[in-house]
Design a protein around this ligand. Structure first.
Ligand code: HSE
Length: 313
């Protein structure tokens, strides 16, 4: 095989109280990464980006490039490679953009070299790509984008790498994502993490543990109402909401329009609403757009469902 391409979907992280632990793959948008073996064995990785915005194409600063570099090194592969990255997921808006490129790169490389790496292990390689955008590894988006469905990154004592627990989401879960057209800093996730409190009151921890447990129970029971009841974060969201113009109005309008829960998608600035069935999706999308408009911000909205994750295309 000379080349292989894989797609990986957008995703949302945190789902309110599940900071850095929960991820949900979304079929709203996707990235495609194609890797082609080129002549020579100097270990060169030439990346071509197909994207509306400028994203660094040097392998060391590119999420797909970092993943391919790491995998090539680990498996002693010195082939020169051409990499094409087609961006569908907007970079820097909390929809798992770098994670999608990283997941697609890991899946494509695995198949190109027939490495037969188990999917959970592939997530570890894909997480390498998060360093390009977030400055550190986060498994929440990348695990969801690669494995699909709802993922709990379960951090076990003494282990560096979490275990990934996948739960198939309920069939009637519908999401509306509103992506505001505001400029975002280059290392947005780092910025959004820098505003978080270093210590939190025990009372808040109890609240968030209760919410997160309710969300997991909701996915396990395949009950959207239970999932939505848990989406209430008193630690991360209050510290970040000032970074999102119109946060309060987007949230309240979406709830009035029939959303069961609304939260920041990942590190933001996109907002995500949770619904049962798509009947009210249009109304909720319009309400979210009206909320952003009150703050003078235009937005794009996407009505979507959970995705099954990355695949060879
Ligand atoms: N959990 C991360 C954050 C999202 O909220 O900063 C990106 O992985």
């Amino acid at each position: 095989m000379k080349s292989c391409a894989a797609s990986a979907p957008s995703s949302t992280a945190n789902l309110g109280p599940g900071y850095d632990v929960f991820g949900l793959a979304l079929d709203a948008l996707q990235d495609i990464v194609k890797i082609t073996k080129a002549a020579g064995k100097d270990g060169r990785i030439d990346i071509t980006m197909f994207s509306d915005v400028k994203i660094p194409a040097e392998a060391e600063s590119n999420s797909a490039g970092l993943v391919i570099k790491r995998m090539a090194k680990e498996f002693g592969i010195g082939d020169n490679l051409k990499v094409e990255v087609r961006k569908g997921v907007p970079a820097g808006y909390g929809m798992g953009s770098s994670a999608a490129s990283a997941a697609a790169a890991a899946v494509a490389f695995n198949r190109l070299y027939n490495l037969k790496i188990p999917k959970n292990k592939l997530v570890e390689y894909a997480a390498e790509g998060e360093i390009a955008s977030a400055g550190a590894k986060h498994y929440d988006n990348v695990s969801a984008s690669l494995l699909g469905g709802f993922i709990v990154s379960s951090i076990l004592p003494g282990k560096q790498v979490p275990e990934f627990i996948r739960i198939e989401p309920p069939k009637d879960l519908v999401l509306v994502v509103a992506v505001p057209s505001i400029p975002v800093p280059a290392k947005k996730t780092e910025v959004a993490r820098s505003v978080l409190p270093k210590e939190v009151p025990l009372k808040s921890v109890v609240h968030n543990v209760s919410g997160a447990s309710t969300i997991v129970a909701g996915f396990a029971l395949k009950d959207v109402d239970v999932i939505a009841r848990g989406i209430n974060d008193v630690i991360v969201e209050p510290a970040r909401k000032h970074l999102i113009p119109g946060y309060d109005s987007v949230r309240s309008h979406a709830l009035e329009a029939g959303a069961l829960a609304v939260t920041i998608s990942g590190a933001g600035p996109s907002m995500i609403a949770f619904l049962k069935t798509s009947k009210k999706a249009k109304k909720v999308a319009a309400a979210m757009a009206a909320g952003f408009k009150e703050a003078g911000v235009q937005c794009r909205t996407f009505t979507c469902r959970p995705s099954n994750g990355s695949r060879v295309v």
